[in-house]
Design a protein around this ligand. Structure first.
Ligand code: GAL
Length: 371
């Protein structure tokens, strides 16, 4: 071994030791404190906004938008207050208990120097969701990719062989080009945004992915300039839409969709459409993923409920090993300092009529599901 490699090895071992000591020093968490700063195993603020969780082989993986740097308001977004930070990429954290999260790094980084690339730092990358495909043994990430002024309105797809990446970016597209939704009315095919976008594909902004018990996956995306939600079936490899899709909640202007299934029924939570500002959440239920969807109103009760406790939905996380245990995950955006946006995680309850109920908790743990 040369002196140089010996020195490098010593430095490396020292660094590993320091990081081990730092993470070893982190007090173990045993509860969730919505809205408080939530630190990872390195004592750093968990940076995974607009996130979602994948459970795979005993581990939860949290993916989200890593928001760093200065928050600014581009000229093109002034009319609606669309502040932003440059894109850093999609971060990943892992956990076995949902309280203590290990930082796994940026699994899909932004592109620094190519303005024509979808992932260029000056563009938009939001609401990443990762699912596992058992047939291809790949981890598939879907996300909202956009231009700085949000006019591109497209879905992006990336894949990896491992939950902790690296993810390889494949492409972006507007879903369902050249196909009418299964429930298009006559008028939809001649006028309006659906008809306008028929050839090039439908606008796709805020989104989530839901995998059903039979392994079929669906993308829910805010379409038609955010006026109407689309539910779109994915191909068996989860990489493209099949062309089977439906319009739901027409004209209801819903964003931030989150979907889960309980006792054979499909539940949906979303927000209204007010950029970073909070608004009353929406909820809905259906017997089939294709609907009809029955709206159940704002599930949040008590003080602050009228603005979703100052937050916006991002995902519903089924807790493993407990029955009917679901966590509502939301972002409390700080539009003037986006990296300081906080997380609101609350247990989901159901009332006697089967409606979703969300109540504020300053601090809680998984024992709430035992009651
Ligand atoms: C919200 C949307 C976020 C982000 C933001 C930009 O309505 O849910 O994902 O796009 O607008 O202002």
């Amino acid at each position: 071994m040369t002196m140089r490699s010996l020195k490098m090895k010593t430095e490396f071992t020292l660094l590993a030791l320091i990081s081990l000591i730092i993470s070893g020093c982190q007090p173990q968490k045993s509860s969730i404190k919505p809205g408080e700063v939530w630190e990872d195993d390195n004592g750093l603020f968990i940076n995974a906004h607009g996130g979602g969780v994948l459970y795979h082989e005993g581990t939860y993986y949290l993916y989200g938008e890593m928001k760093e740097g200065e928050t600014y308001l581009p000229e093109c977004n002034k009319s609606w207050g669309g502040t932003r930070v440059d894109v850093t990429g999609v971060s990943c954290y892992s956990s076995n208990d949902l309280f203590n999260w290990k930082y796994e790094g940026v699994v899909l980084p932004a592109v620094e120097d190519d303005p024509s690339h979808d992932l260029y730092k000056g563009n938009v990358l939001e609401r990443p969701k990762v699912i596992y495909n058992a047939k291809t043994n790949k981890f598939v990430m879907w996300m909202h990719v956009d231009s700085k002024d949000y006019s591109k309105a497209a879905a992006g797809v990336a894949v990896s062989n491992f939950p902790t990446g690296p993810f390889e970016y494949i492409e972006s597209f507007r879903p369902n080009a050249g196909v009418w939704p299964a429930n298009a009315a006559e008028a939809d095919t001649t006028e309006g945004i659906l008809a306008r976008d028929f050839e090039g594909g439908q606008m796709a902004r805020d989104m989530t992915i839901f995998v059903d018990d039979d392994g079929k996956a669906y993308q829910f995306y805010s379409s038609e300039n955010n006026a109407t939600m689309h539910i779109s079936e994915l191909t068996d490899d989860y990489l493209r839409p099949t062309g089977k899709y439906k319009r739901v909640f027409p004209g209801r202007k819903m964003e931030a969709p989150a979907v889960f299934k309980k006792d054979g029924k499909y539940y949906f939570i979303a927000s209204g459409c007010t950029a970073w500002e909070p608004n009353p959440a929406r909820s809905a239920v259906a017997e089939s993923i294709w609907g009809p969807w029955e709206e159940l109103g704002n599930p949040c009760i008590g003080e602050g409920g009228e603005k979703t406790f100052t937050s916006q939905s991002t995902y519903v996380l089924p807790v493993q090993g407990k029955s009917d245990a679901f966590i509502f995950m939301a972002d409390r955006w700080n539009k003037d300092d986006l990296p300081d946006s906080r997380y609101i995680w609350l247990p989901i309850k159901f009332d006697e009529s089967g409606k979703i109920v969300l109540e504020w908790h300053d601090e809680w743990d998984l024992s709430v599901f035992d009651k």
